[in-house]
Design a protein around this ligand. Sequence first.
Ligand code: TYD
Length: 406
Amino acid sequence: MNACRICGEKSIVEFFDFARQPLSNSFADAAAGGREFAFRLAAGFCTGCTMAQQLEEAPRDRVFPADYPYRSSESAGSRRHFTEAAKTLIATELTGSDPFIVEIGSNDGIMLRTVKEAGIRHLGVDPAKDAAELAAAEGVRVRVGLFAEPTALEIRAADGPANVVYSANTISHIPGIESIFDGVRALLAPGGVFVFEDRYVSDIVENTYFDQIYDAHFYLFAVRSVQAMAARFGFDLIDAEHLPVHGGSIRYTVARSGERRPRASVGEFLARERERNLSDPDVYRAFGARARATCGNLTALLRDLRAAGRSVVGYGATAKSATVTNYCGIGPDLVPFICDSTPAKQGTLTPGSHIPVRPPEAFSRPYPDYALLFAWNHAEEIMAKERGFRDAGGKWILYVPDVHIV
Ligand code: TYD
């Protein structure tokens, strides 16, 4: 039995095995040919501290290389979300004289741009050099590298303590999460907060978002497991807020133990998670069974469409699509190409499944009969942008919460 990466107990119950999987953002490696790195992607649930987590770890320097192609600014929805996140922090936590905020995983600076425009001292930390350069070009202060205690101490020595440490879709990516909390402890000013957002395992389980499990998403957070994790590292979970992004996320706010009183929201989430049996391994096993069924239904649909001579194109070369295409066995024979707006992904191949990635302009030349929407979390935005597809008689295929055509 595996030991839990958070509490150390040998109490992990495996609930899903995706078998060998590539790294979800290794588009360039796939296009370069040669052997691609692969690892066993399997997920388990700790019956001790309740943290859902992967059983094997892909090396972080490979998961987040300097040329990591993901760009947070690719969607209008994300731009709106991060502008709002920045405004909220400015109004609530960055109100003192000369406040300072550090963002872990600042990517292309999408959130810190608003902070910079407000004239507030800030620093982004990110190992993805190419993305960090885009942030710097916007006037955002960035430091290329991983965040851990030594980094935090250097930042504190140079800039002073931070009132807020913020991070979105990054903390769950770090198996050795203790290093993050050690860094936050070293960096936070007294009374400061660590605010982080991540996909919510309750939404993942409820909607069978099995494609949210891939190399980067090492942990699947719940309010209960985050509370236990924070306590283990000397922090209290003082607030939890549900966010609609990525199919459902939570913004967690933690503070050093005893410094702030938890809000009612924490207890409310804990009660809801109890109602949903989120601490019962059987709930995760049932999720796994539904994921298997979805894969079977999706490949059957794609084969039927091919047999009937219908054309299908993918939309959104997401990290999520790596899990779907590789686990379900979907290659260019079923989906000849995927359109994606990210320049760094265009002209490459999807990891493992080797489906060519083309710019969105390729979508309408000519429109296919069906489009498989891998970027389902941006469905509204993409469907509005590609209105012409529906007008031309095209139909969207979605596979969450189950396989359906709209
Ligand atoms: P996203 O779902 O945000 O994340 P992940 O890669 O973690 O699964 O990725 C969305 C992808 O879809 C990204 O590669 C950009 C692409 N995209 C488009 O091609 N067009 C669009 O209009 C939008 C919003 C996204």
